[in-house]
Design a binder for this molecule. Structure first.
Ligand code: GRF
Length: 209
């Protein structure tokens, strides 16, 4: 059964672009990127998806919008595009909205996110800034399953980068982004090939070839 991927974005879209490149190179396995959805207008992420002829949708989320109602519309839109709880994977690629527990339950263990730190350190916004200010010598990125607790779901993959004294938030962010682009596609491929098993807080990567 082909895995139907829905990618949710809000802005720049470099992770989206890296995933699309892996997809076009047939590196993700038996998958289809069914839709890219943005909750913001005028994002370069949507432009990038369009350049690659991938179906896009903008479901604008205005300030003070009812979050749960938004998530219901989002859910129905995904299902409309063929991304269901049976065959779907929701990939958050810089999606700046906290999903409701209801939405997360609909796609239980089928939503993944990338975060620019080695979780559980530096959850939430501006993780690179938090790392620089904390003075850690190593940071990195994490792909994890999404649960109702922010940035705390079972960890699929992580990659580290060294922090030099000369690093700034910008240089660190760039170094981390290079690694993000590698591990996000790899995590999607592992999911598509059914190599991930969640056991409590842990994700086992099984090698069944
Ligand atoms: C990345 O740093 C990612 O880790 C975080 O949001 C940022 C999205 O960047 N979740 P982009 O839109 O993929 O370029």
């Amino acid at each position: 059964m082909t895995l139907k991927i829905g990618i949710l974005v809000s802005g720049r879209g470099t992770n989206l672009e890296a995933i699309i490149e892996s997809y076009k190179n047939n590196e993700l396995g038996e998958v289809e990127i069914s839709v890219v959805i943005s909750n913001k207008l005028n994002t370069s992420a949507i432009e990038k998806a369009k350049e690659h002829n991938i179906d896009t949708l903008i479901i604008e989320q205005k300030k003070n919008n009812n979050s749960e109602l938004y998530d219901e519309i989002l859910y129905k839109s995904l299902v409309n595009k063929g991304v269901t709880k049976e065959n779907g994977l929701i990939v958050l690629a810089g999606f700046m909205k906290i999903l409701s527990p209801w939405f997360i339950e609909q796609f239980k263990n089928r939503i993944i996110n990338i975060h620019p730190s080695i979780l559980p350190s530096f959850t939430g916004l501006k993780a690179q800034k938090q790392a620089i200010e904390c003075g850690v010598k190593v940071s990195g990125c994490t792909v994890h399953f999404v649960t109702a607790d922010l940035d705390s779901g079972p960890i699929i993959l992580q990659e580290s980068v060294k922090i030099k004294e000369s690093d700034t938030i910008e240089t660190l962010s760039k170094k981390i982004l290079v690694e993000e682009h590698k591990i996000y596609s790899k995590a999607i491929m592992l999911f598509a090939k059914k190599k991930l098993r969640i056991k409590g807080k842990k994700v086992m990567i099984i090698d069944n070839n």
